[in-house]
Design a protein around this ligand. Sequence first.
Ligand SMILES: Cc1cc2nc3c(=O)[nH]c(=O)nc-3n(C[C@H](O)[C@H](O)[C@H](O)COP(=O)(O)O)c2cc1C
Length: 210
Amino acid sequence: MRVLGISGSPRRGKTTDRLVHEVLDSVGCESEFVSLAGKKIAPCTACLACVKDNTCKIKDDMGPLRDKILAADALVIGAPNYFSALNALSHCFLERFCQFRHRDCSALAGKYAVIVSTGGLEPEVPAAMIEKMLLYYQIKHVGSVAAQGAASCFTCGYGETCSTGAVRMLCGEGVKITDDIIPDLSKQPDTIDVARGLGKKLGEVLGAVV
Ligand SMILES: Cc1cc2nc3c(=O)[nH]c(=O)nc-3n(C[C@H](O)[C@H](O)[C@H](O)COP(=O)(O)O)c2cc1C
């Protein structure tokens, strides 16, 4: 498999998943999509048990993903912004890449990555963090795309009146929640174009290294 797309959103079919799919659908080569939703992925415990064989010893859902990551020539990594950071599920997933980074080299060195980033207010924040992590793993950054997603405050039932929620932060006081004010990827054609362009670029890069 050439390109592995991973969405770290716990919400299936929402903005992060959709934007990862936009990239994958444009690569023009074999790809697979994996959602981390519902998966149990613990943080790295710094136990160092992976130093000798590059294999993490924590028994959880990261185990089956290990072979897929190693087999892929490129990754499309998507994550949402939770509290001005990468959400914890995506962070745990990327922390566990530590198993690949020992004894002079990274087992992921030379792979390529496109980063997909989402947020209700600051969608670009996860991308900036993931880009730094790629350096540790010697993964080549092809590009990033960021989209505004609908914060759950738009559908929690209290969004119109809640003083601490994202609806008031984005739209101000006294707003009525209607479809036209709910952020959605379909209302961001330029962002979709960027995602498709990055998918195409990734496909070209991979075509050149076959
Ligand atoms: C617990 C939580 C915290 C969040 N914190 C932020 C934040 O600090 N900044 C931001 O821009 N969006 C924040 N959001 C909004 C999400 O990033 C946004 O809804 C995004 O679309 C989620 O991705 P998804 O649609 O793929 O699930 C938060 C959402 C949740 C659930």
